[in-house]
Design a protein around this ligand. Structure first.
Ligand SMILES: C[S@@+](CC[C@H](N)C(=O)[O-])C[C@H]1O[C@@H](n2cnc3c(N)ncnc32)[C@H](O)[C@@H]1O
Length: 199
C-alpha cells in the first residue's frame, strides 16, 4: 500500500466514522454477529497481552477489560476519529495510529502480544493477506491471531451489495487457508467466519 493509498483510506474512514460513530455500537449489534463468541473463546485460554487491530469504538477491548482486568490491552487503528473514540472509552489501553498491513504491532505494548484480534476489520482492509501475515509475524511465540468477519454471505446478495458501498468485502475461506489459518468455522448461513492462526 503506497503512502497515497493509505492517506486516501484514512480519509475515507474518517469521513465515514465522523458521521456514524455516535450510533456505531447501537446499530452494529444488529449485524456484526459472532463477536461475543470469539471473545468467549479468546478468554478461555491464559494470556496477559492482547492487541486489537481496528478496535473502532473500543467495544471489544472494553468487554475484554471487564472480564480480565489484569490483562495489558492495546490497539492499532487507522482512523483518527475512531482512535480518539477508543482512547476515551479505554483509557487503560494504548491505542496507536497505524495500518494493519504494515503497522508495528509489536511496538504497541512494547513487546509482541500473545493474542491479536481482528473483529470485522479484515473485510475493510485494502490488502487482507498482507494484514494477516503482518499480524502473525508480530505474535509472541505460541501466540494466536483470531479473526471474526463477514464470510461469503451465501445467498445474501443484497447484503453483499450493501457492504460494498461501504468499502467492505466478505472474507473468502481460501484467503484464510492460504495465509495459514489453523481453524476456520462459520456462523449460521455462512454469515460470519471465525479463523484462528498461530505464530
Ligand atoms: C467495522 S469496524 C470494527 C470495529 C471493532 N473491531 C468491532 O468489532 O466493533 C472496522 C475498524 O477497522 C478500522 N480499519 C479499517 N481499515 C484499517 C486498516 N487498514 N488498518 C487498521 N485499522 C483499519 C476502521 O477504522 C474501524 O475502526
Amino acid at each position: 500500500m503506497t503512502p497515497d493509498a493509505q492517506a486516501a483510506h484514512r480519509a475515507f474512514l474518517d469521513r465515514y466514522y465522523r458521521l456514524t460513530h455516535h450510533v456505531y455500537d447501537a446499530t452494529r449489534k444488529y449485524f456484526l454477529f459472532g463477536r461475543d463468541g470469539v471473545l468467549d473463546r479468546l478468554l478461555a485460554s491464559d494470556w496477559t497481552t492482547l492487541v486489537e487491530i481496528g478496535p473502532g469504538t473500543g467495544r471489544n477491548l472494553a468487554r475484554i477489560h471487564r472480564r480480565r482486568p489484569t490483562a495489558t490491552l492495546g490497539g492499532l487503528e487507522a482512523s483518527d476519529v475512531m482512535r480518539a473514540h477508543a482512547r476515551r472509552r479505554c483509557p487503560w489501553a494504548r491505542i496507536d495510529a497505524g495500518f494493519a498491513e504494515d503497522g508495528d504491532i509489536g511496538a504497541v505494548l512494547g513487546a509482541p502480544p500473545q493474542r491479536i484480534l481482528m473483529s470485522y476489520c479484515l473485510s475493510m482492509f485494502t490488502d487482507k493477506g498482507r494484514a494477516i501475515d503482518n499480524a502473525r509475524r508480530h505474535l509472541a511465540p505460541g501466540g494466536e491471531l483470531w479473526v471474526v468477519d463477514f464470510a461469503d454471505l451465501n445467498g445474501l446478495r443484497a447484503m453483499r451489495r450493501f457492504l460494498s458501498a461501504f468499502h467492505v468485502e466478505a472474507v473468502p475461506d481460501d484467503l484464510l487457508h492460504r495465509h495459514g489459518a489453523s481453524h476456520v468455522s462459520h456462523g449460521p448461513l455462512r454469515y460470519f467466519v471465525v479463523a484462528r492462526f498461530t505464530a
